[in-house]
Write a protein that binds this ligand. Sequence first.
Ligand code: URA
Length: 222
Amino acid sequence: MKECFFKQATQTSVMHNFVDAFTSGCTRCTLSDSDNLPIIYKGNPESDILLIGEAPGKVEQEEGIPFVGPAGQLLEKIMTAIDIDIQKDMCISNCVYCRPVDFSNSNKQNYTPKEDQLVACYPFVENLIRIVKPKVIIACGRIALQQLTKDNSTKISTLEGKWTSYTKVNERNIDQEIPMFVMVHPAAILYIKENDKQIEKKKQVWTYMKEFRDSWKGKRKC
Ligand code: URA
């Protein structure tokens, strides 16, 4: 028990140092802008579950916290339905830490992160995984799945609702597999209404997330 407590305390403090390193911003990619500061994570860095999404959006940028806009609210609803508290039981982050937005465009629309932006942020994502040491990872959406499998041809349609694995290179340069569950990005089902043709797709998410919850319980740490 004591050993577990020590390990957890260390994870939190290392995470604080990790976040502090971004306080003056990051200039590794074209998203760097003083109005677009990196948003690293929310939730509990000591938890078993690490969810990786795509990128912060407008509300996330305004609040400086990932997954707080409409997609984040739906994610919370899904997790609550399977008895997972997103602040306590999960740590939540993204493939890129800054909002992919064109500041020169007056309507400031979000876009899917570009390859160079994903590549620039990926070492930080890997580092975050090393710090959190999750028992399971949730790849949330296509971009997260392709980043975490390091393969842009990976199809979410074949892996959604299923387990695969993330390969982490440990301190001794040895590959370690972390079980990885694949879920739809909540933004993709956000606007499906009860009488919509696609409602079955939305219902399936609840079904496979319940299955996720049951199998995750068998993978919990101390
Ligand atoms: N979508 C994401 O992928 N990440 C966020 O933080 C918000 C919306």
